[in-house]
Write a protein that binds this ligand. Structure first.
Ligand SMILES: Cc1cc2nc3c(=O)[nH]c(=O)nc-3n(C[C@H](O)[C@H](O)[C@H](O)COP(=O)(O)O)c2cc1C
Length: 377
């Protein structure tokens, strides 16, 4: 797959996909200030490198939530990957395993918990959304436990859906509603449209059983939030903790007080995240929320972060601010949309090579060498 950076994979995905599908992946909420802010925050912080260090041998090996990983990266959960590439969830999970990093499966994935476990062996994490049908969600958690997933994350930044105006404009919802506007759009990408027509629209495989309980699954993903349980509070975490013997994370934490609360509730850590700028527009960039959370709980628990990681240097900056590892959503999503499993692999290869090169240019040999002294004040 010929692409020299993540942006080129993004453009390749854009060329392959109908606008509605590309915009669903690429877009954010409202004015997309937080979406842009996630990138700008990295650009605003400069590295302060060291020289004359022997960097002929560099290792990116590290430990994430108590287990070794080949890179300080994990895959963030993303719903509806199959709309961008049929079988895309399995493709990304296989690429992650090949690179020795954890893969997170979304509740709203187009592959089931069990399918990932059997078709893409590796280290698996499961992400849970709590819908109004709470018992169904606890059933999913139990399935993930039985399938050998070692980490569970509760996504907490989606009590209601963010206002994603690109989706409204493009008449995009899942399952698809065919409207005159989006039919025209789909017709501009005949290969994609033909595949959908001939082989059918991918299903949100984990949620199949929920149709009985919910008259409307239409808005589960894109016009997000309609089925979400907006009454969810910290109480549920107690029950989750009791039901889940593995590592437990809260995803979508930005407030230091919430990070402390997560620890009190028995969590093993948090993911500093604003859902890739898809939820509350106008909130702080994840990278800028990181220091407050690290100060509150760093050293006592794992702090991961996602949002805007597109370059190896972004990873170095996040680690320098105290993240144990970063997570990536769109980077591998663009890759898989650009070219299936080889595209997802290419995304990881690009980030891995850039990370190694950045470490060498900064005079750091090991992940543990990356500290706050690498950031200009
Ligand atoms: C298309 C798409 C679908 C997503 N679906 C989910 C999801 O189902 N569950 C979840 O917790 N986060 C979801 N996210 C958020 C990601 O897990 C992650 O927080 C975000 O993508 C990180 O930002 P980045 O894309 O800039 O790396 C989604 C993000 C995208 C782009």
């Amino acid at each position: 797959m010929r692409a020299f950076n993540i942006e080129e994979l993004r453009l390749a995905a854009k060329r392959r996909l109908p606008r509605a599908v590309f915009d669903f992946i690429d877009g954010g909420a409202e004015d997309e200030r937080t979406l842009r802010g996630n990138r700008e925050a990295f650009a605003n912080v400069k590295l302060l490198r060291k020289v004359l260090v022997d960097v002929s041998q560099v290792s990116t090996d590290t430990s994430i939530l108590g287990k070794t990983a080949k890179l300080p990266i994990a895959i963030s959960p993303t719903g509806a990957v199959g709309f961008g590439w049929r079988g895309g969830d399995v493709a990304v999970a296989r690429a992650a395993a090949e690179f020795g990093i954890p893969f997170s499966l979304s509740t709203s994935a187009t592959a089931s918990i069990e399918r990932i476990a059997t078709e893409a062996p590796g280290r698996h994490w499961f992400q849970i959304y709590f819908f109004k049908d709470r018992e169904y969600c606890f059933g999913l958690i139990e399935r993930a436990r039985q399938a050998g997933y070692d980490t569970l994350m509760v996504t907490a930044d989606l009590p209601v859906g963010g206002k994603r105006e690109r989706d409204f404009r493009n008449d995009f919802s899942i399952p698809f509603r065919f409207t005159p506007r989006n039919m025209l759009d789909f017709a501009t990408r005949p290969a994609w449209a033909l595949d959908m027509l001939l082989r059918g629209v991918p299903q949100l495989e984990n949620l199949g059983g929920m149709t009985d309980h919910h008259a409307d699954t239409r808005n589960l993903v894109s016009s997000v939030g309609r089925n979400q349980d907006s009454s969810l509070d910290w109480e549920v975490i107690k029950r989750v903790r009791g039901a889940w013997p593995g590592k437990l994370l809260i995803k979508g934490v930005v407030h230091p007080q919430d990070a402390e609360r997560a620890l009190q509730a028995g969590c093993d850590g948090v993911i500093v995240s604003n859902h890739g700028g898809r939820q509350l527009d106008g909130e702080l960039a994840s990278f800028d929320a990181l220091p407050g959370v690290v100060q509150a709980i760093g050293g006592k628990a794992s702090v991961l972060m996602d949002g805007g990681i597109r370059r190896g240097s972004d990873i170095v900056k996040a680690l320098a601010r105290g993240a144990q590892a970063v997570m990536i959503g769109r980077a591998t999503f663009y890759g898989v949309c650009a070219g299936g499993e080889p595209g997802a692999r290419r995304a990881l290869e690009i980030l891995s090579e850039e990370l190694t090169r950045t470490m060498q240019l900064c005079g750091t040999r090991r992940i543990a060498d990356i500290g706050p002294d690498l950031l200009a004040k």
